[in-house]
Design a binder for this molecule. Sequence first.
Ligand code: SF4
Length: 230
Amino acid sequence: MKKLSRTGEFFMNMYATMRGAFGHRNWWPGDTPFEVCVGAVLTQNTSWKNVAKAIANLANHGALDPFTLCKMPLDELAELIRPSGYYNVKARRLRNFIVLLVEKYGGDLDALFSLPVTDLREELLSVRGIGKETADSIILYAAHKPIFVVDAYTKRVLVRHGLVDEDADYDAMQELFHFHLPPDVALYNDFHAQFVAVGHHYCKKEPRCRQCPLGIYHSEAALRRLAGES
Ligand code: SF4
C-alpha cells in the first residue's frame, strides 16, 4: 500500500480513535440498495428515525420498488413519506430519481451502478433535487463505490481541528479525503458514519471536546478556546 501522507496518517488515527469509541457503525441502514437510495433522498434535514417510518410506510404499502413508485400518484407518495418531513418536496425528488432509474435504466439499479464513479455521480446530480451529499451517499452506500461523503458534521470536525477553513466547500473537503486516503469503500463507509456519531454525540453547536474521543487531538489551549473559556 502507498505510504500515507502526514494528513492521511492523521485521518487514520482519527478514524481509529472514533472506531475505538463507537465501534463499527455498520452503515447504511437499509435492507437493499434500493432502500438505501430511497433513504438517502429522504434523510435530508431530518432524523433517521423519521426516515425509517417513511420507509416502513412504503414497505407496508408494497411500494418499495421502482415500478410501483413510478406509477404512484405524487400526492399518495407524499402522504406515505410524510414522517420524513418536507414530504411534498421529497416526493418530487424521489419521483425524479425513480423516473431516471425506470426510463433510462429499466428500473435496474445494477445497470445504473455499472457506470464509472464520475459518470454515475454526474447522472445522479442531473436529477433535479439530488445534491452532492445525496448522490455520494448513493454511490458509496448503495453502489459500493469509493467516494467520500461529506456532511455538516464532517465539516464541523474538519474546521474545528484546523484541517479546512470555515469557507471550504463540499468538493474541497471531499478532495482532502480522496487525496490523502486510499480509495477504500469499507474505510470511506465507516469513516463517514463515525463522523456522524461524533457529531451527534459531541461535536454539536457547543462542542463537548473534553468528553469527545477526538479531544485528544487538541492542545489544552485549543480545548479552552473551543469551550469558550478564553
Ligand atoms: S467535539 Fe471537540 S474534540 Fe470532538 S470532534 Fe468536535 S472539536 Fe473535535
